[in-house]
Design a binder for this molecule. Structure first.
Ligand code: ATP
Ligand code: MG
Length: 255
């Protein structure tokens, strides 16, 4: 089972911006001497990206998928004082407090489906998981997978759970079919039926509650239309519970 909180680290040094990322994530060193890829709460994409990273990433990990460790990274904007780039300075100034860190995999290669065959089992699990969380960002153009020490890892779940951008439509969106046409695993003979048989029963309300509870409260506070943070957490659990209870969301390759 999951432990009840994400590990917390404090950033001690801003190392460099990762310019390939649209949200300008940064490579940061922390007080545990670890290096983390940090997604900033003050980035234009907003804090919901960070919520999606935690809920989807930790759900994936709980289902046995390879997701690098996620931490809460405390940022004091003064760490950007020596940073020459104005954009980075502004981002750090807007991101004091809790941010999302992912364990940095040094020397990792971008995943190329033409070079690396994950096999039908993992391909099916990744596709099933992305369909459940509605991840629109695992295409062959932008796989958001890395190969590190010879093994594949899933990164960047910020563009999943897109129902949270339109809460009134969230219940309806729970049934929406996932479009797998451009998914990076679509051509890897994914065993979606096998993944469904194994994973569906493991996505229990208890598990969903545990992963949603990992989201730091400040990323959920004052959400329009909700009376409390607890209500927002309930809404994530309710959506995902409803989605996993149905089958209409499974992409065509499953049928
Ligand atoms: N844990 C990690 N270890 C090593 N490199 C990483 C890690 N996480 C991200 N990267 C590198 O940083 C890049 C940007 O990260 P990520 O995809 O998470 O950011 P993003 O802003 O959401 O990107 P986009 O939306 O453009 O896909 C990745 O493509 C990868 O090259
Ligand atoms: Mg990315």
């Amino acid at each position: 089972m999951l432990i009840g909180v994400l590990r917390e680290v404090t950033a001690t040094r801003y190392v460099l911006p990762l310019r390939e990322g649209g949200s300008l994530p940064g490579l940061v060193e922390a007080d545990d001497l670890g290096m983390y890829v940090v997604k900033f709460v003050g980035a234009g994409q907003g804090r919901k990206t960070l919520v999606a990273e935690v809920v989807a990433g930790e759900l994936g990990r709980a289902l046995g998928l390879p997701v690098p460790e996620l931490v809460v990274a405390g940022i004091d904007p003064v760490i950007g004082r020596g940073e020459p780039d104005f954009e980075v300075q502004e981002l750090l100034k807007a991101s004091g407090g809790r941010n999302l860190g992912m364990d940095y995999l040094p020397g990792a290669l971008a995943f190329d489906p033409l070079v690396y065959d994950v096999g039908p089992d993992l391909a099916g699990r990744v596709l099933w998981f992305d369909a459940l969380i509605g991840n629109v960002d695992r295409t062959w153009r932008n796989p958001n997978m890395l190969v590190w020490n010879g093994a594949p890892f899933l990164i960047d779940h910020g563009a999943s759970l897109i129902f949270h951008h339109n809460w009134p439509g969230a219940a309806k969106a729970a049934e929406r079919r996932y479009d797998a046409t451009d998914h990076v695993m679509a051509g890897a003979a994914p065993d979606l039926a096998g993944a469904d048989a194994d994973l569906r029963g493991r996505v229990t309300e208890e598990l969903l509650r545990a992963v949603v509870d990992l989201v730091p409260e400040v990323w959920l506070a004052d959400e329009p239309g909700f009376g409390s943070v607890a209500e927002v957490r309930d809404a994530y659990v309710d959506h995902l519970r409803a989605r996993v209870a149905g089958t209409g969301w499974l992409p065509e390759v499953a049928r």
